[in-house]
Design a protein around this ligand. Structure first.
Ligand code: ZN
Length: 653
């Protein structure tokens, strides 16, 4: 709780220095923020601000426990009285795999910036701030105060960056929230660039942080001042409306190269059925559907249909990502830019993901088609999210809630008990929904499949591909028609030797925005060498190959990873596993379409199907890396320019 004198004292900050009884070091403000992950309260950030002479020192202790794992960050920020930074230091973690170790010392117009073990001298712009990711939120609060006192510049440059990052702050209006009988007046801001994507931050009339909602490329993370906790869901809804509005704006500004009725003429067409590529092909698109597709000598393009010459290009079906968490609007342009036209969301905030789906379905917002799996966990202190089922009755309620909200699937999480897994599956099947998820604790993959889970996330198979046990498991999954999304690119991203640069296996890491780069720059397994990491990855890839050979459907999924680019990496890894480029492409197209019972509608380029397609600059059947060479993405007949999509969310094309 903030102390009572805070309002009084903050007011003096903006005027002349007050006469103090204890001039040497004076606590002038402190606050406690409740931290939440996907709305579940998981910890606190406690901060205090002291003054000595004409400098302020913010110290923050950021501390939460997520699914049994402790995450702590200690940070200090020393500023002048007008909040101009003098020194910043943050050590610890801001998320499970996000290690933070940065220190900035301002020295005149320069700063000595140490981040991730590297040190650099950076020339500072006239206006700047020191902030390293969303934590501590109190540093973002001081950044906002600085920005307000320094003319509200359109762009505020921040360190550490690569070398300097750009943050855009926009006031989004005032609002009042009611807590019991008290009315709290707040100002809302959109902050873009502290993390990848826009955050929503509220300050009260004293300039103190009331709430902040961030994503940082992962699931939603909410900080709410302790006394405002009852307004959590209200903050989430308000932030959701803001962000969907931003995506609608972005959509209006995005050039649409073609829509309606047209024919793409002259490309190589890989229709995804497994048939040979069609050289010099034609695709006729009419009102979002494929009206005709084939070689130029078999297709007659009606005289009134405009044509687009695409000789030299290759057209493939729109890609799918079967394991994602589309937690922020920036994913929508990213996925289209990467050629992904359908995604399955595997756990998210209900308010946000349904609003995003509806905005995309209505055509107000661009983005891939969103299929939703509703996450449910078993409850208790280590549970994930805020949707639990510990009894058969709760299982029914959860399934009904997700069904009513238009979800296609249920995603079971780790702490659901075996009888409740069976109850959820039975109820979901009764509604015509399918069930996917983690193999819950205390169950084997066979037991999970036998309990009714239609699909399994991640590669929950121990042992070696050649062993009898693994062969038996695979036969069991085959018999149960279980679908697997093995998320090998995610394993590679977190499991690579910490000393190996990500660019060694993911060349696109050089194209991602600086804050996202900082998130992943410290990811990786400590204490192992590159050969050990590779051996672990190859064990997984051999199982992927064995599953595929046995006829178990394997579908491409990333669990987010490097946005968009991890889809390409997942496909490449299947080729490394031994699938042909065609088979790997199908794992990202027709196989997931079948798994979601949408193969009559999507997944291949065939007459009558939805015009979801990717126009590539090179043929992925010649080298699977060419799947990265996206030129245009066609989503329900609308043609988007991939470079423009990338740039709209600060990626390099
Ligand atoms: Zn996931």
């Amino acid at each position: 709780m903030r102390i009572a004198v805070a309002a009084l004292v903050v007011a003096t900050l903006v005027s002349a220095p007050a006469v103090r009884l204890q001039p040497d070091r004076d606590q002038i403000e402190r606050g406690t923020l409740r931290l939440h992950y996907v709305q579940k309260p998981i910890g606190y950030e406690r901060y205090e601000i002291t003054r000595d002479g004409d400098a302020l020192t913010l110290s923050s202790d950021f501390d939460f426990t997520d699914r049994g794992g402790r995450v702590q960050l200690a940070a200090t920020l020393r500023t002048k009285n007008d909040f101009t930074p003098l020194a910043f230091k943050a050590t610890g973690k801001s998320y499970r795999f996000v290690n933070v170790d940065s220190e900035i010392r301002v020295d005149g117009s320069d700063a000595l910036v140490r981040a991730d073990g590297a040190e650099a001298r950076v020339t500072l712009p006239a206006q700047f701030y020191t902030v390293d990711g969303y934590a501590p939120f109190a540093a973002q609060m001081l950044m906002l105060r600085y920005w307000k006192q320094h003319g509200q510049p359109r762009v505020l440059r921040t360190v550490p960056g690569l070398p300097i990052n750009e943050v855009v702050i926009e006031p989004r209006g005032r609002e009042a929230i009611r807590i019991g009988t008290a009315v709290v007046r707040l100002e809302r801001y959109a902050i873009d660039g502290v993390v990848w994507g826009r955050e929503t931050v509220w300050l009260d009339d004293q300039g103190s942080l009331a709430a902040a909602i961030t994503r940082a490329g992962g699931l939603s993370f909410e900080a709410v001042r302790e006394d405002l906790e009852p307004a959590l869901v209200g903050f989430v809804q308000r932030a959701t409306r803001d962000r969907i509005g931003d995506l609608e704006n972005l959509t209006r500004q995005m050039p649409l190269l073609k829509s309606g009725t047209y024919a793409m003429v002259g490309a190589t067409i890989v229709d995804g059925t497994g048939r040979q590529a069609i050289a010099d092909g034609v695709v006729v698109v009419r009102d979002g559907r494929i009206a005709d597709v084939g070689s130029r000598d078999t297709i007659t393009v009606p005289a009134d249909v405009p044509t687009v010459a695409v000789a030299g290009k290759t057209i493939v079906p729109g890609l799918w990502d079967m394991h994602t968490h589309v937690t922020q609007i920036e994913w929508a342009p990213v996925y289209l830019a990467a050629g992904v036209t359908t995604v399955r969301d595997m756990g998210n905030e209900l308010e946000f993901v349904t609003a995003l789906r509806d905005a995309i379905d209505s055509g107000r917002a661009l983005g891939p088609r969103l299929l939703l799996a509703g996450l449910v966990d078993g409850g208790g202190p280590d549970a994930f999210g805020v949707v639990y089922a510990a009894t058969a009755e709760e299982a029914k309620q959860v399934v009904a809630t997700y069904h009513d909200a238009g979800f296609q699937q249920i995603k079971i999480y780790t702490l659901v008990t075996p009888p409740i897994v069976a109850a959820i599956c039975a109820e979901a099947h009764r509604f015509g929904m399918t069930v996917t998820g983690h193999v819950p604790n205390g169950m084997t993959i066979e037991q999970a499949a036998a309990a009714g889970m239609d699909q399994i996330a991640h590669l929950a198979i121990r042992g070696d591909a050649g062993s009898d046990d693994v062969a038996k498991t695979i036969q069991f999954l085959k018999a149960h028609k279980t679908v697997i999304d093995p998320t090998q690119s995610w394993n590679e991203l977190l499991g690579h030797a910490a000393g190996t640069p990500i660019s060694a296996f993911q060349p696109a890491v050089t194209k991602i925005p600086a804050p996202l780069n900082r998130v992943f720059s410290n990811a990786g397994a400590a204490g192992i060498d590159a050969a050990t990491a590779r051996t672990r990855l190859e064990r997984g890839l051999r199982i992927v190959k064995a599953l595929h050979d046995a006829g178990v459907p394997v579908v491409v999924g990333t669990d987010e990873g490097i946005p968009g680019h991890s889809v390409h990496r997942e496909i490449e890894l299947y080729v490394e596993a031994g699938l042909t480029p065609m088979e790997a492409l199908q794992a990202a197209t027709i196989v997931p379409a079948r798994a979601m019972k949408l193969d009559g509608e999507a997944g291949t380029l065939e007459r009558g199907k939805r015009a979801d397609m990717v126009v590539l600059n090179a043929n992925p059947l010649e080298s699977i890396r060419n799947i990265r060479a996206v030129r245009w993405t066609i989503r329900a007949g609308r043609v988007y320019d991939a470079p423009a999509l990338w740039k709209s969310v600060r990626f390099l094309p």
